[in-house]
Design a protein. Structure first.
Ligand SMILES: [Mg+2]
Length: 380
């Protein structure tokens, strides 16, 4: 069997009102045997789409079963461009996920069976508690873990949710990792969150500030989570080796593929670090790939899930597994167990490609010290 064609589909993953910048980039890999595999990737989707077009001649003609060989070939071919970040690793990711799907279909077995075999039949999920009503809705639906975003009122909101739900709900705070976050502020916020026993404290400083992250990790008694911005295991490895993080959050759409994530998980396992993949912007295919991987990991913690997301999430892909009691069921069908619906995809053409910056002058895209009265902020 040989690869004959690589097709990509750039799809709007948002709505005009909500996250209009968000796109999903799906990949379909065809072969001369009539079989095809589906994948998905992210990074900067329209740019990643072009990168995949550039890489396609290196993939056509290859035996799709030779996943590691193809991965190394693609990876090596990007090196001449310097550090391509999530664009390069995103492009490799989309092709790699499709290779696993194809191999599973060809062998008649689910991808989790190719990744070491599953340890569990369902994966615990967490939702996003954008506001108190949303938090209640998640709890009512059986979710036992939820995440809050941003710095503003983070402590008072966590205090309120902990008071409402008690210790049975796991809470997380995602500080966003903006370059406007200083280690000193991240330490202040983290220390005030300590008493609420978070499952993790995510992106307290920028992913580019390894030294600052080390300062936060040393000063704050909370598990530190980071990883969504990193293009592969070589980028995330130093933080694990330095003992700076407790939870690794590779993004399934741009980390380099399932095998790359499996390797990262092994490095993490050897350092008592847990794995909780990022799923903040991805579509349903990458999400399913993450479920197959997490089914096989001893050091899996939890998976991010976009509850009640945009309607097209449930239209562009067939084979959505059921969600029960805040868990997603691990599929047993061959490959990833899902397929693309190209007619549905055509109904959601791509729109703009840049992520807008909020116009609110008091928004957290500013250094906390510059727009808060510090004593009041620390007291809140
Ligand atoms: Mg995040």
């Amino acid at each position: 069997m040989r690869i004959t064609e690589v097709r990509t589909f750039l799809v709007s993953g948002g709505t005009p009102e909500r996250a209009s910048w968000r796109h999903w980039l799906f990949v379909k890999l065809h072969t001369d045997a009539g079989l095809y595999g589906v994948g998905e990737c992210w990074g900067w989707p329209r740019v990643v789409q072009t990168a995949i077009a550039d890489l396609t001649p290196l993939v056509v003609g290859e035996d799709p079963f030779l996943i590691e060989r193809i991965w190394q070939k693609l990876y090596a071919s990007t090196q001449g461009h310097g550090m391509t970040g999530v664009v390069g690793s995103g492009a490799v990711t989309g092709i790699e996920l499709a290779l696993w799907d194809l191999k599973g279909k060809a062998l008649g077995t689910p991808v989790w069976n190719l990744l070491g075999g599953k340890m569990r039949d369902r994966i615990r999920l967490y939702g996003h508690a954008f506001d108190d009503g949303r938090a209640r809705e998640l709890a009512d639906r059986g979710f036992t873990a939820m995440k809050l975003f941003g710095w503003r009122d983070a402590v008072s909101r966590v205090r309120k949710l902990r008071g409402e739900f008690g210790p049975d709900i796991d809470l997380m705070v995602d500080a966003g990792g903006g370059p406007w976050q200083t280690p000193a502020d991240a330490i202040s916020l983290g220390r005030r969150l300590e008493r609420y026993g978070l499952l993790f404290y995510e992106d307290p400083v920028s992913a580019l500030d390894a030294g600052g992250l080390a300062r936060v990790a040393q000063a704050v008694d909370l598990p530190i989570a980071i990883g969504e911005a990193y293009p592969g295991m070589f980028a995330l490895r130093p933080l694990i080796e330095r003992g700076v993080i407790d939870v690794a959050q590779p993004d399934t759409g741009r980390f380099g593929g399932l095998w790359q994530m499996k390797k990262l998980a092994a490095i993490a396992e050897a350092h008592q670090v847990m794995v909780a993949p990022h799923q903040g912007s991805l579509g349903p295919v990458a999400e399913m790939a993450a479920i197959h991987l997490l089914a096989t990991l001893p050091n899996y913690l939890i998976h991010e899930y976009l509850v009640n997301d945009v309607p097209q999430r449930y239209e562009v892909m067939t084979g959505q597994p059921a969600i029960e009691d805040g868990h997603i069921l691990v599929p047993d069908r061959p490959g990833l167990g899902v397929d693309l619906d190209e007619e549905a995809i055509a109904r959601y053409p791509p729109r703009g490609n840049a992520i807008p910056v909020d116009a609110d002058p008091d928004y957290d895209y500013q250094y906390v010290a510059a727009h808060r009265r510090r004593a009041a902020w620390l007291a809140g």
